[in-house]
Design a protein around this ligand. Structure first.
Ligand code: RP5
Length: 156
């Protein structure tokens, strides 16, 4: 079991780090590559064509076709992370990733949302993994506790 993370440029690395640090919390193996759908399509085809990952995460900015192209090459779930790397503040990337044609979905998370991409990948893998399900349940409890702490700390 592993998650394949592909970013469109090395300039996306900070977002990729958000993904890897959160996957690591759940002890999920991953592999990271830099491959542009526009500039290295053959390399992308060769990698995704190996069909060895359980979930793909595509990270890209500007005209962000990378996750959609990955989705066109695989039957595995694809999560897209739009990156705020353009003069349009990432709206271009968001729309490029979310507006997929019928039959080729990309599960799109928030701009720069590497954390949620990792959590969503974990949830997909947990469907068939009891140990991961338990870790996610514990994580949800931590989230709730965090909000309760905010309530206690809020000076209102
Ligand atoms: C996209 O264009 C990349 O995903 C990156 O977010 C953006 C800028 O790429 P570079 O010009 O930094 O290589 O392909």
């Amino acid at each position: 079991m592993f998650v394949r993370i592909i970013m469109g440029s090395s300039s996306d690395v900070e977002i990729a780090r958000k993904v890897t640090s959160n996957l690591s919390k759940f002890e999920i193996p991953y592999q990271v590559s830099v491959i542009s759908a526009h500039r290295a399509l053959d390399d992308l085809q060769a990698l995704v064509g190996q069909d060895d990952a359980d979930v793909y995460i595509g990270i890209a900015g500007k005209a962000a076709h990378l996750p959609g192209v990955i989705a066109g090459m695989t039957i595995k779930p694809v999560i897209g992370v739009p990156v705020k790397s353009s003069t349009l503040s990432g709206l271009d990337a968001l729309l490029s990733i979310v507006q997929m044609p019928k039959g080729v979905p990309v599960a799109t998370v928030a701009l720069d949302g590497g954390e949620n991409a990792a959590i969503l990948a974990t949830q997909i893998l947990a469907v068939q993994d009891q140990d991961l399900s338990q870790k996610l349940a514990a994580y949800k409890k931590e989230l709730s506790a965090g909000v309760r702490d905010m309530n206690n700390e809020a000076a209102v």
